[in-house]
Write a protein that binds this ligand. Structure first.
Ligand code: NAP
Ligand code: GDP
Length: 344
């Protein structure tokens, strides 16, 4: 953690995670503007479940802006096991971070919700107005209600104090520096790790569940092999280079999105894929020729949570996402190249 100096001081909690590392890379690669100081922190800098440690961190950094990513995070099977821990840890982290940001006078906080907090029984596509319209899927109710409360708290800070505390709602995220733990992680990093092991052991790949559930995925980074054509008359995130995808969208929200209401950060509804298609993309990217089986004794989780990116498109109509298969290939290559140090 470096000492901040500039006029805009951005504190990123969860800076060592999948999304935090992607934002760090985009900032280091040229997104940083003159006068901006970016401070990325992890649990080593402060345990944000602890109010005193959180307060001390905010008093030391005195951020003008906050991107709040830190959370207890996990895939379907970790959520099923630890609903209580997801609820308690995330409620504490979120209240400590939001209130410390308020107390040190931060102008803006961008927190992170997720499309998996949406109601299970719903019409599709789901949009930003529907977050609280019914219970979330039972598999992850602890995480979901804790995340939903960020939106409640943001509205309350605005109502009582006029604060611009807002939130983004990404779909399933993946990319380099993900958590590739098979038991605890999300489906894409889990399948990449499983294919890696199946190849080295000449064994089958077992996909959990039926493979029928559907998900929208967003790449954490900018596609490395992307062309650099720069569309005119579009917002900063596209002008800055070939940049799209989650890290750049976060920076766009920080600088240019001024609503308290959250915004969904997602590829289009037409880009939703089945878990079977996800497994096929990983198999192809890793050149795996073994048997693929489905363990239908394992949970499918929420069948789908198809989200509308209509609001994002109204702001950024020309926005281009990295094609799914390209992003999967880059993530598989990153995992293979960084196997020893990858989180798993
Ligand atoms: P991640 O890779 O698991 O990283 C979690 C981050 O939170 C790490 O930097 C971790 O620090 C930090 N953290 C956890 N507990 C903490 C504590 N008690 N005190 C301080 N820091 C703590 O997570 P991610 O996938 O980047 O997720 C970032 C945000 O996006 C989260 O809010 C998550 O809910 C949201 N999100 C994720 C997805 C997804 O598919 N991954 C989808 C939608 C939304 P250490 O490295 O020190 O442990
Ligand atoms: P979710 O999107 O919040 O439900 O969480 P995940 O990213 O964990 O995705 C869960 C979906 O992928 C469910 O339909 C699982 O049955 C399916 N799935 C298939 N194989 C795996 C795997 O190896 N790990 C995980 N986490 N999910 C898997």
């Amino acid at each position: 953690m470096g000492e901040p100096q500039g006029s805009m001081r951005i504190l990123v909690t969860g800076g060592s995670g999948l999304v935090g590392r992607a934002i760090q890379k985009v900032v280091a690669d040229g997104a940083r503007l003159p006068g901006e100081d970016w401070v990325f922190v992890s649990s080593k800098d402060a345990d944000l479940t602890d109010a005193a440690q959180t307060r001390a961190l905010f008093e030391k950094v005195r951020p003008t802006h906050v991107i709040h990513l830190a959370a207890m995070v996990g895939g379907l099977f970790r959520n099923i096991k630890y609903n209580l821990d997801f609820w308690r840890k995330n409620i504490h982290i979120n209240d400590n971070v939001l209130h410390s940001a308020f107390e040190v006078g931060a102008q803006k906080v961008v927190s992170c919700l997720s499309t998996c907090i949406f109601p299970d029984k719903t019409s599709y596509p789901i949009d930003e107005t529907m977050i609280h319209n019914g219970p979330p899927h039972s598999s992850n109710f602890g995480y979901s209600y804790a995340k939903r409360m960020i939106d409640v708290q943001n509205r309350a800070y605005f109502q009582q104090h006029g604060c611009t505390f807002t939130a983004v709602i990404p779909t399933n995220v993946f990319g380099p520096h993900d958590n590739f733990s098979i038991e605890d992680g999300h489906v894409l990093p889990g399948l990449i790790h499983k294919v890696h092991l199946a190849k080295s052991r000449s064994s089958a790949l077992t996909v959990w569940g039926t493979g029928r559930p559907r998900r929208q995925f967003i790449y954490s980074l900018v596609g490395a092999a992307r062309g650099t054509a720069v569309p005119q008359n579009v917002s900063w995130s596209c002008r800055a280079g070939c940049g799209e995808d989650l890290a750049r969208l976060f920076i766009w929200v920080l600088r240019e999105y001024n609503e308290v209401e959250p915004i969904i950060l997602s590829v289009g509804e037409e880009d939703e894929v089945s878990i079977q298609e996800v497994a096929e993309a990983v198999v192809e990217a890793m050149d795996f020729h073994g048997e693929v089986t489905f363990d239908t004794t394992k949970s499918d989780g929420q069948f789908k949570k198809t989200a509308s990116n209509g609001k994002l498109r109204a702001y950024l109509p020309d926005f281009r996402f990295t094609p799914f298969k390209q992003a999967v290939q880059e993530t598989c290559a990153w995992f293979t190249d960084n196997y020893e140090q990858a989180r798993k």
